[in-house]
Design a protein around this ligand. Structure first.
Ligand SMILES: Cc1ncc(C[n+]2csc(CCOP(=O)(O)OP(=O)(O)O)c2C)c(N)n1
Ligand SMILES: [Mg+2]
Length: 584
């Protein structure tokens, strides 16, 4: 603890406890009012600090960092609109269940609401988006004050990590002058060793919790349900736990259930048994083949992004859905789940697998054959195309993803095309995204934060408007000491909107003005502004040589309207190849 003055003592006690709880990373934006905490973070050897000027970017960087190393990340800013700029990342962290400790500096109560500078109402600023808000208070550095700061830090860390659901917490910290480390040793009046030093290596209060284990009766009952439903599917959407892949694959095998896995489920690619992974399920679901309609779905993670899959499952009247969600979210946009299971998924999968007799294999064979045909039809169509296309780009990129890589993918078309066109493969790749609140506003920062915290070579795959939205994020590249390859699918505007009914309902000039919004962005100039090498790839077969092994911005020029056409042609080709299978 730094006993230079009251503020240094309180701030360093808070940071000391966060470090003892396990915090290893902080993103902070500059400002005067936050100096006591900024200095404490900077001087705390266990915590690596990234200083990022733009608070929106710092918030997303911390969000990515928390996903990159699985620990709560700290983000700190000064008072005023700085704190409001953290709001997007807080919303994403809330809805995606990502642990963040948000520290906002504030003026003390006597300086609020009287026209003092840089002061807004920061109390409960993020509303219901945070797991816990605390107005920490302006204490003296006495026993009561220091113990409170230490205790608040432990509680904040625990609440962010998950009690029971991970997410953001917000501590509002008011500081009176002096904000810098001006010596006032008489300020520190605490005498209790616990208040002054805490517990040494260990946090003042360690909060011990774990996802609940399913009891035997529940496992029996779920296993009976799976046994009674030979036409079942495992459906896996975004989730962060790579260790469930093996047990879930084993469950699927014993049950005879195909696995429809979005890349962000961490189940589509990897070293686990992927024999039952059917990756082109988006193309299959568009056709709604009656022979492949399931009667039971066991779902892990979010519902996959594919609208075709969501709509097909929702249309199946008799379908029973079991959602495994240990984090106590209500992650059930279909409103049709029969059961939500609050239990640790690995041991649940093992328990169910052990109780299953084994399956006949006919059902899975039909699904696997459909998957093979859809994959072959997709590939044939992509190979026939000369120019780069968005589906082709994702397929080509996936061939470059190597063991240990991290791929952070933007909302809008990139996340959808990744889901539809990245084949299952053995490379051990971690897929992240901002699909809690689906914003396009912080992808570059989040990707770089994930790269910095994970130490994995990283691919950030974004649209051109996504790059535009977060080009400030490129400034954070200096905090990543691994290669970060930023792939920009440049279709000059919002390509996703071309797929909307509005595209056919309004005049083209209205569409371009209101939705297409071409900016004529020149990625090479954006890259140059931040000193990042830029390469444009006009033919996908040049991608492997163009993608340098180091940090770079790779621009792939594509066409929005042509993209719609390519998607339709692939869908038609898959329909033909599956039609033959199902006699349509
Ligand atoms: C912060 C935020 N603002 C607006 C939107 C609405 N929105 C969704 S997709 C999109 C266009 C994205 O364009 P781009 O990044 O180029 O990707 P593309 O659609 O071309 O694949 C917009 C504006 C959003 N999701 N998030
Ligand atoms: Mg675009």
């Amino acid at each position: 603890m730094d006993s230079t003055n009251r503020n240094t003592a309180l701030a360093s006690a808070l940071v000391e406890e966060l470090a003892r709880c396990g915090a290893r990373r902080a993103a902070l934006a500059p400002g005067s009012r936050s100096t006591p905490v900024a200095l404490a973070l900077w001087r705390q050897p266990a915590i690596e600090v990234a200083v990022i000027v733009d608070e929106r970017s710092a918030g997303y960087f911390a969000l990515g960092a928390a996903q990159g190393d699985g620990r709560p990340a700290i983000v700190l800013c000064t008072s005023g609109t700085a704190a409001a700029n953290l709001h997007p990342a807080v919303c994403e962290a809330d809805q995606a269940g990502v642990p963040l400790v948000v520290l906002t500096a504030d003026r003390p109560p006597e300086l609020r609401g009287i026209g003092a500078g840089q002061t807004i109402d920061q109390l409960k600023l993020y509303g219901s988006a945070v797991r816990w808000f605390c107005e920490v208070g302006s204490h003296d550095a006495d026993d009561v004050g220091l113990l409170h700061y230490r205790s608040v830090a432990c509680r904040a860390y625990a609440a962010a990590r998950g009690a029971p659901r991970p997410g953001p917490v917000h501590l509002n910290l008011a500081w009176r002058d002096p904000l810098g480390p001006e010596p006032r040793p008489e300020d520190v009046t605490a005498s209790s060793p616990l208040a002054l030093e805490g517990r040494g290596e260990r946090p003042l209060t360690a909060v011990v919790s774990d996802a609940p284990l399913a009891d035997e009766a529940l496992v029996d009952e779920l296993a009976a349900r799976v046994s009674a439903s030979p036409r079942g599917l495992v459906v896996a959407g975004r989730q962060l736990d790579e260790t469930i892949a093996g047990p879930v694959a084993a469950l699927a095998k014993r049950a005879g259930y195909p696995i429809l896995a979005e890349p962000t489920s961490q189940l589509r690619l990897g070293g686990h048994d992927r024999e039952l992974v059917v990756w082109p399920y988006d193309a299959i679901a568009r056709l709604r083949p009656p022979a492949l309609a399931p009667d039971l779905v066991v779902r892990l993670g979010d519902l996959p992004t594919s609208k075709a899959l969501r709509q097909w499952l929702a249309s199946l009247g008799g379908l029973r859905q079991v959602v495994v969600d240990p984090s106590f979210a209500w992650n059930e946009p279909s409103n049709q789940a029969e059961t939500i299971v609050r239990a640790e998924p690995r041991s649940l999968a093992v328990g169910i697998t052990d109780r299953l007799p084994g399956a006949s294999g006919e059902w899975q064979a039909e699904w696997l054959e459909a998957g093979r045909r859809a994959a072959a039809a997709t590939q044939a169509e992509l190979e026939a195309l000369e120019e780069p296309t968005e589906p082709g780009a994702h397929a080509a990129l996936s061939r470059l993803y190597a063991d240990g890589d991290l791929v952070y993918t933007a909302s809008s078309m990139p996340i959808r095309d990744q889901e539809a066109f990245v084949p299952s493969a053995p490379a051990q790749v971690r897929f992240l995204c901002n699909r809690g609140a689906n914003g396009i506003d912080g992808l570059v920062s989040a990707g770089i934060g994930a790269a910095a915290a994970s130490g994995r070579p990283t691919w950030i795959v974004t649209g051109d408007l996504g790059l535009h939205h977060d080009m400030n994020g490129l400034a954070a590249l200096r905090h990543a000491n691994v290669p970060v390859r930023i792939v920009v699918l440049n279709n000059d505007g919002g390509g996703i909107f071309e797929f909307l009914p509005q595209a056919g309902q309004i005049e083209r000039d209205e569409f371009e003005a209101l939705l297409g919004t071409p900016l004529g962005l020149a990625p090479e100039r954006v890259a140059a502004a931040y000193g990042v090498p830029h390469v444009r790839v006009d033919r996908l077969d040049r991608l492997p040589t163009a993608a340098s092994p180091g940090t770079c911005l790779i621009e792939i020029p594509v066409d929005r309207r042509r993209n719609v056409e390519v998607h339709r042609r692939i869908a038609d080709r898959v329909a033909e190849s599956l039609g033959a299978l199902h006699g349509a």
